[in-house]
Design a protein around this ligand. Structure first.
Ligand code: MN3
Length: 197
């Protein structure tokens, strides 16, 4: 069964001014669509054809680079769109308590995750994860890898992720990845992060 691209959960211009309309149109309609199409091509007629996306991602170390990269790309972007909202709000309750315990404060989490995004050389992702002991941690992955992959240096359940590939920000922010990361915090869907937590 072929994978498909779900529509965005909001309009392309909904995240303005933090993420611009054209970036959203290209990022979702071209980049994400290409991961879906190339994943479908890579698994067609192989023993991976009927596996779920989660199964493919978990076996990243033993599948072909095309399935790892495009399967990761499909998983990561599907997760990313749901992590964003024009009405982001703020973390509260048990999630805020866990953030405070792990990072001192919400600002402490932002600083750590921004640093993970800034120090990821080239293309990749920064993540907030829940580890096997239920504690929160921040990590980053290269390319389209993610913390669910068997090959990840730091493994855990992703709660929030930010795409630091240039295609995610270059049209509006050019080389200023730090400005993009600062703007990202205005559109985090904290209800979604809390439900994952
Ligand atoms: Mn991307």
């Amino acid at each position: 069964m072929a994978f498909t691209l779900a529509p965005l959960p909001y309009a392309h211009d909904a995240l303005e001014p933090h993420i611009d309309t054209t970036t959203m149109q290209i990022h979702h309609g071209k980049h994400h669509q290409a991961y879906v199409d190339n994943l479908n091509k890579a698994i067609a007629g192989t023993h991976n054809e009927n596996k779920s996306l989660e199964e493919l991602v978990a076996q990243a170390g033993s599948i072909s680079p095309a399935v790892r990269n495009n399967g990761g790309g499909h998983w990561n972007h599907s997760f990313f769109w749901e992590s964003l909202s024009p009405n982001g709000g703020a973390p509260s309750g048990a999630l805020l308590e866990a953030i405070t315990k792990a990072f001192g404060s919400l600002d402490g989490l932002k600083e750590k995750m921004n640093n993970a995004g800034m120090t990821r050389f080239g293309s990749g992702w920064a993540w907030l994860i829940k580890d096997a002991n239920g504690a929160l941690a921040v990590c980053s992955t290269p390319n389209q890898d993610n913390p669910l992959m068997d090959v990840a240096e730091v493994k855990g359940t992703p709660l929030l992720g930010v795409d630091v590939w240039e295609h995610a920000y270059y049209l509006k922010y050019q080389n200023k990845r730090a400005d993009y990361l600062a703007a990202f915090w205005n559109i985090v869907n904290w209800d979604k992060v809390a439900s994952r937590f």
